[in-house]
Design a protein. Sequence first.
Length: 674
Amino acid sequence: MEAQREIFWQISYGWVVYLLGALVVAAWAWALKRRARLWKLGRPENRLDKLGERIKSFIFITVVDFIFHRRFFRDPYPGIMHFFMFFGFILLLLGALMDFISHHIVHFMYGNFYLAFSFLNDLGGVMALAGVILAIFRRYIQKPKRLDNLLDDAVVLGLLFFILLTGFILEGLRMAAASPPVEWARWSFLGFAFLQIFEGASLGWYRFFWWLHMALAMGTFIYACLAFSKLSHVILSPLNVFLRALRPKGALVPLLNLEELETFGAGKLEDLTWKQLFDLDACTRCGRCSDNCPASLSGKPLDPKLVNERLKELLISKAEPSFFAFWWLNRKRPKEKQLFGEVLSEEEIWSCTTCGACEEACPVFVEHIQRMVELRRNLVMEQGSLPETAMEAMRGIEQRGHPWRGTRFTRRDWADELGIKELSEADGDFEILYWVGCTEALEERSRKIALAMGRILQVAGVKFAILGMEETCCGDPARRLGNEYLFQMLAEQNIENLKKYGVKKIVTACPHCFNVLKNEYPQFGGDFEVVHHTQYLAELVRSGRLNLEGNLAQRVTYHDSCYLGRYNDIYEEPRWVLKELGVKLVEMRRRRAKAFCCGGGGGRMWIEESGTKISHLRLEEALTVRAEILATACPFCLQMFEDAVKAKYMEGKLRPMDIAELVAQAVSANPSEP
């Protein structure tokens, strides 16, 4: 049994393997060092902070996303393909390592262990080969639009295919040379199949295929190093996961010391951080971001994958020519271009809704949103370039404290109908501050959310107050549109006001206000307990302070707001409240973390939308499940869907309603006292 394994070392050139292995390690170290020069063109950023948390997070993501392939299996075909390739090569590499240890350090390749090892080694090869074939079929037969890197993929997949094929041929030739007993050889089932073909072959054939196999393997590593091909993701992707941002998902990085800054945001490539440049190489160009981007799917000019590729071309154009690289890798070095206008258009940059779908889909945690906001910051704060309708919204926030032009309401009007007190009148006797938000206070349709919440809180016996005329915009539209200066001014003003009244707990029905107050105000010293109204409604029902009549027997589908769901992982409470209402809850195809955007985030509420409206696409999904009510938990979403229903003449078929409105209809007339 041992003879057939030992012959591998006797007739192979072990010293060549060690030498080439050392050369491969040296080549990768050299390639990474050269590439690091490009990453260092970016601004400094500390991504080695909180090491303990970072290591724990990396281990968790490695287990969940890499080993169990959570993010990959969201798209079944490429998920299975990647699973086969990943675990196939893992088994092959483990097999090679164990073989080396058994031959040189501790001999354990005998008996049943050897047979099991032979089977698993061949199983790994079969899985890897199946994965490569599935990848070839997907790229060159199915040809999905998102996979357009055909030349690089052809080289990589071709090399991998022939490495695996020659590996199995080698195994058959090794068996032919060693003549193992049939009952042992069968455990290497694919090698045994090749044995039937090559039985009686000379030792020369083994040596020929050994050199061919080694040449292919080394050629693959050399290509990966010098061309920084897709294979480089084997090293860069885990690094990118380890270096990912640990701040809350919904929090943007602030610009500090605004008065001292010479530039704002990113006007050229060097204004991005080194990590944002590293992202460009870590990107595997799989296209999952583009397949989930609402702007891209609705025909807008934005394509997240292409943004990565264009920025990467710009990065490569700044590289020094390499003496060691093959001449054809440098003969078509891209010409250096201007970031705005030549590489990216302003229309692309303003098309982003900051919904986070691209980042949620990305298996290697490329951070698209912060980079997009940095580009916007430069356009707005340095170049003064902003779509006219968004400019009007910014003027409104500066002058009136809200972005709504032409509103006939004041922030107090809805509260006067219910006799609700302002904080200045509460004398500190309140449990919560109800943060109403600009849209619910001033936009006609969304005011019904505020009225519903006011009635619910009164019925539940909650002692609450509002800021009323003292409330101003939380700053979300300003920050997402790139006006960091205006945002910080609003944040500091609001924090000071909230602290003046001793506010501890805030409830709001707007996910954008919720996200800013909860995740971004702490950057400026504003630490408050912030609760979304769906969470608070669930809390009131569970505590017995609010009794619901669970007889709303209608088909309801729930739309996950991006800033509530993807950014803050609030999925269960809204659905729990709806079920307590007795509705027949039907889910849309894209839901929870994969939910489709309404199109109103990232300041897009105040930018004219061309082409197919994102909200119309989402509305079609709600109609597909034959829902009577489209339940929302965000005033932006509600307004977008109201407009979509009217535009599609669907008023009698589907009603957009906030969850608070549904609850207000169902509250008991005799609630228990708190």
